[in-house]
Design a protein around this ligand. Structure first.
Ligand code: ZN
Length: 248
């Protein structure tokens, strides 16, 4: 069974379509989406429509913010969330509106299948906790989170892909030739971000898992098109477009 694991699309339709096209070449059986379908980007409705067919889709903090009162967001992110909510509430009245709203409202926060745990943020706080590469120096934090993981956890939220090992190493995809073989030891895998990579590489990132072999894939997409759309929406800060170009 080959799984594609995607996360943090953030209403970036161009990146999502490029990733789905790449997935179509990978003999993948099922797609898992770890949340943050919306927020920041210009195409929330279209992105929701495209992830509805995933085997599993989790709730992210931006998805939750769009439905309820956003808390803990900076002002640019919050404005984007209110604009997103408006897109979901006021445009396209009718069955599509309800379909999308119900879909978001029913998304689970975690999913476990055997040894595999899927979350948006962390096993300890599925929606909101960040696990950054520099957390390898915070041994207590990692130990606590690892204690909650069956064996392998897949997560997103930071938009920085890589593998955290139980002995507190962080392996970025470049240092492992984009491949990692799951073994006896527990690991946390950050699958990276489809729609807003922040590891200095502007290409979309996602993972393919085939048995115990994990592969990070990077996919080019027409980033300038997304940036133009963001520039055209006053409620979306231009910075949200600029950062896509640099992958930061
Ligand atoms: Zn995110």
């Amino acid at each position: 069974m080959r799984k594609a694991i995607i996360s943090d699309i953030h209403s970036n339709l161009e990146s999502l379509e490029a990733v789905l096209a790449d997935i179509a070449t990978q003999n993948v059986d099922e797609i898992y989406c770890l949340g943050d379908i919306v927020g920041y980007g210009p195409n929330p409705r279209e992105c929701i429509d495209r992830v509805m067919d995933c085997r599993i889709c989790l709730l992210g903090n931006h998805d939750q913010g769009a439905m309820f009162d956003p808390e803990g967001f900076n002002s640019g992110a919050e404005r984007a969330i209110f604009w997103t909510r408006n897109q979901l509430e006021n445009s396209s009245r009718g069955p599509d509106q309800h379909r999308r709203w119900d879909f978001l409202g029913e998304l689970p926060r975690t999913c476990q299948e055997g040894d595999l745990l899927f979350v948006h943020g962390s096993a300890r706080n599925p929606l909101n906790e960040y696990v950054f590469p520099e957390d390898i120096y915070n041994r207590r934090k990692l130990e606590k989170i690892f204690s909650l993981i069956p064996r392998y956890a897949f997560q997103g939220h930071t938009h920085v892909p890589g593998v955290f090992t139980e002995n507190c190493n962080f392996l970025s995809p470049e240092t492992i030739d984009d491949e990692y073989r799951l073994g006896e030891e527990k690991v946390m895998v950050n699958v990276g971000s489809v729609g807003q990579p922040r590891d200095g590489n502007p290409r979309s990132c996602y993972c393919v898992l085939d048995g115990d072999l994990l592969q990070f894939r990077r996919v080019e997409y027409p980033v300038e098109q997304t940036i133009e759309k963001i520039y055209a929406v006053p409620e979306l800060d231009n910075f949200l477009g600029d950062r896509l170009r640099d992958g930061r």
